[in-house]
Design a protein around this ligand. Structure first.
Ligand SMILES: NC(=O)c1ccc[n+]([C@@H]2O[C@H](COP(=O)([O-])OP(=O)(O)OC[C@H]3O[C@@H](n4cnc5c(N)ncnc54)[C@H](O)[C@@H]3O)[C@@H](O)[C@H]2O)c1
Length: 380
């Protein structure tokens, strides 16, 4: 078993999810490589105790990411820090000759993302990818297979999105994801948008243009210290784009929604593809259900497939059992580790977001900002 020694920079919410997935690696069967976490870095030292208690292989705990990158034992790094730090730390990881799993939006803005890609061009041997979990749900894997088989016929429309209600409560104190300097001008698009772009981009569905409606709904928030501060980020975004399907050369509309203020939702991804031959819809609200309509003339009927635990990377869990968020994280990390070990993804839709796909999302979100500002349709 090839052991890949990892460092984590940013040990908050997502750092812990990776560490937990690494601890559960025995759940996967048939992989010939596995991660071992040997170093962690966070500005908040208190957060590191959970790691050192649970991960005996950790030999380095530091609040200086440069010290972690100077550690020759570290081969690959997961960076999960606020967006204003992506450019600096991602470039430092690549320049240190380590593999990088970065987090979205992969740079706080388009210039930051371009700087990361330029750095990668100078150091092409690093395996660099961006995190995004939803394609690893079994239903999304089945959708990927349908795209591979060009089963949809002519695509009529695609709707993807990521809906949260995390900011529905106006009395919730401001978080860094609601602060432009830390999260970026994109607001909710930078926070949630990559997830809704991953499968369309992997399918080769690149937007030619965009008309965006962005909403700043909650304009002030408690600062958590008894005061009130402005909350200037976009809370919700609806993007309407024209895409040419490379399979048919025909255009179709793609609507992408990202919302922090979506009543009734908690943390839900959805994908809907309507085609002349096959249509599908899936939402993580009912993650085990893929709805599919195959039209061959005559009656139209949606059928429901329970997708169970039929995963891209096999596990000890029986196919009949349900799949959840933690499982999607494990599958995503299996994909990254597999790609480090083998140089290619298992299949087209079993791969993490590439730097080029991340750059495409920045072109889309930057055009969306211009569209909102000018009330126009913008080229992407
Ligand atoms: N893939 C997903 O599903 C998903 C979900 C949530 C967040 N994210 C992304 O993950 C990243 C981190 O988000 P989070 O929710 O884990 O945030 P978080 O606030 O929970 O954790 C960020 C951590 O970074 C640390 N940090 C800040 N500056 C640092 C520095 N200079 N050096 C070292 N550590 C530093 C903080 O102390 C904190 O512990 C963001 O890019 C976010 O968009 C991804």
């Amino acid at each position: 078993m090839n052991k890949i020694r990892f460092g984590i920079i940013g040990c908050g919410l997502m750092g812990r999810e990776f560490a937990s997935a690494a601890a559960r690696w025995c759940h996967l069967t048939g992989l010939d490589a596995r991660p071992e976490i040997v170093a962690i870095c966070d500005k908040n030292r208190a957060i590191c105790d959970w790691y050192t208690v649970n991960f005996p292989a950790i030999k380095q705990v530091t609040d200086d990411y440069r010290a972690l990158l100077a550690n020759p034992d570290v081969e690959a790094v997961y960076v999960a820090v606020p967006h204003n730090l992506h450019r600096e730390i991602y470039c430092a990881v690549i320049e240190a000759g380590k593999h990088l799993m970065g987090e979205k939006p992969f740079g706080i803005d388009k210039p930051a993302c371009e700087a990361i890609l330029a750095c990668l061009k100078r150091h092409p041997s690093a395996m660099v990818r961006c995190a995004s979990e939803s394609p690893f749900f079994p239903a999304m894997q089945k959708i990927g297979e349908l795209i591979d088989r060009q089963a949809f016929g002519q695509i009529l429309e695609v709707n993807t999105g990521f809906l949260h209600s995390s900011d529905l409560d106006p009395n919730k104190p401001i978080h860094w994801k609601r602060v432009i300097e830390l999260n970026g001008e994109y607001g909710v698009m930078g926070d949630l948008g990559m997830h809704a772009c991953h499968v369309p981009f992997r399918a080769g569905w690149f937007p030619r243009n965009v008309r965006a409606i962005l909403s700043d709904i909650v304009k002030t928030r408690p600062d958590g210290k008894g005061g009130t501060v402005p909350c200037l980020t976009w809370d919700n975004a609806t993007l309407f784009s024209e895409v040419i399907d490379p399979a048919t050369s025909e255009p179709f509309p793609w609507t992408l929604k990202t919302q922090r203020i979506a009543p009734g939702q908690r943390n839900n991804w959805y994908t809907e593809i309507l085609g002349t031959k096959v249509s599908v819809r899936w939402s993580s609200v009912n993650a085990d259900i893929l709805e599919i309509l195959e039209y061959t003339g005559g009656e139209q009927a949606w059928k429901q497939i329970q997708t169970g635990h039929e995963t891209a990377f096999k596990t000890i869990t029986g196919d009949i059992f349900q799949f959840g968020f933690g499982d999607s994280i494990l599958q995503m990390w299996a994909s990254f580790v597999h790609e480090i070990a083998h140089g290619t993804p298992l299949r087209r839709f079993v791969g993490c977001v590439t730097p080029d796909e991340a750059a495409m999302s920045h072109r889309l979100f930057t055009a969306a900002l211009a569209s909102q500002k000018n009330g126009s349709t913008e080229k992407v």
